[in-house]
Design a protein around this ligand. Structure first.
Ligand SMILES: [Mg+2]
Length: 242
């Protein structure tokens, strides 16, 4: 019996569509410090009182400690309670999400699209495939959605499923399953594409989709149905699978 033809494509983001600059997909090192300095200026402009050290002990220290146990808990560590503590301790008013955007901005400006990603997405849409994004991210999805928009990669997607917002991370099949439900697609007519076999190929297989691995250093994990060198090769591969 032949397998149903592919109608829907679920794509990972980091390493497939965007070069996130680091494995964490968030500000680290110098970009983290530039973000913290920008955040201190924002706090001061809003009448708050906070030193660099206090920023660490009210916000980043406790959040990053919780972040370190995300694998154990199989979900991202919420940053909101720590932003709320920062506002209370430093004595100023702001939206938590707007504070996050201030810290995230210097990092976000460095994130670049993978060459050929936009063309590949548009070609897939042109071939009639429906697209869903299925991404593990340590921060609210809106931060990453804005990066996709900036580089013209948001529009081809009908649904975005970010682990932070959905409360579950790949390799759990729950994340790809949510995208499939939103697309109204059966697992057998979908393919999961990602650069981590342990997260992306595992999640796709558990959800019952076919799997494509975008070759990377992250080679631990199950065998995919196909391997490509970059997302630019995906339209041709899926054209052959039809
Ligand atoms: Mg990835």
């Amino acid at each position: 019996m032949s397998r149903p033809s592919i109608t829907s494509v679920l794509l990972d983001m980091g390493g497939v569509l965007l070069d996130m600059g680091n494995a964490a997909g968030m500000p680290v090192g110098a970009l983290d410090w530039r973000g913290r300095e920008a955040l201190l200026r924002e706090i001061s402009e809003r009448g708050g009182r906070c030193s660099l050290e206090e920023l660490g002990s009210w916000l980043f220290g406790p959040w990053l400690q919780a972040y370190a146990s995300r694998y154990e808990h199989r979900r991202e560590a919420p940053v909101e309670p720590h932003l709320t503590r920062l506002r209370h301790e430093a004595g100023f008013r702001a939206w938590n999400r707007s504070l996050l955007r201030v810290w995230f901005r210097p990092y976000g400006e460095q994130v670049r699209p993978v060459p050929g990603a936009g063309e590949a997405l548009r070609e897939l849409r042109g071939q009639g495939f429906r697209l869903g994004l299925v991404s593990n991210v340590p921060l609210p999805g809106e931060l990453y959605e804005s990066l996709l928009s900036r580089h013209g990669l948001r529009e081809p997607f009908e649904v975005l499923c970010f682990s932070y917002d959905e409360g579950v991370r790949k390799p759990s099949p729950a994340l790809p399953r949510r995208a499939l439900v939103a697309l109204g697609a059966q697992p057998a007519e979908a393919v999961m594409v990602g650069d981590r076999r342990d997260a992306d190929v595992t999640a796709g297989r558990l959800a019952g989709t076919r799997t494509v691995w975008v070759r990377s250093e992250r080679r631990d994990g199950p065998e995919p149905d196909a391997v490509i060198g970059s997302v630019a090769e995906l339209p041709e591969l899926l054209g052959r699978w039809r």
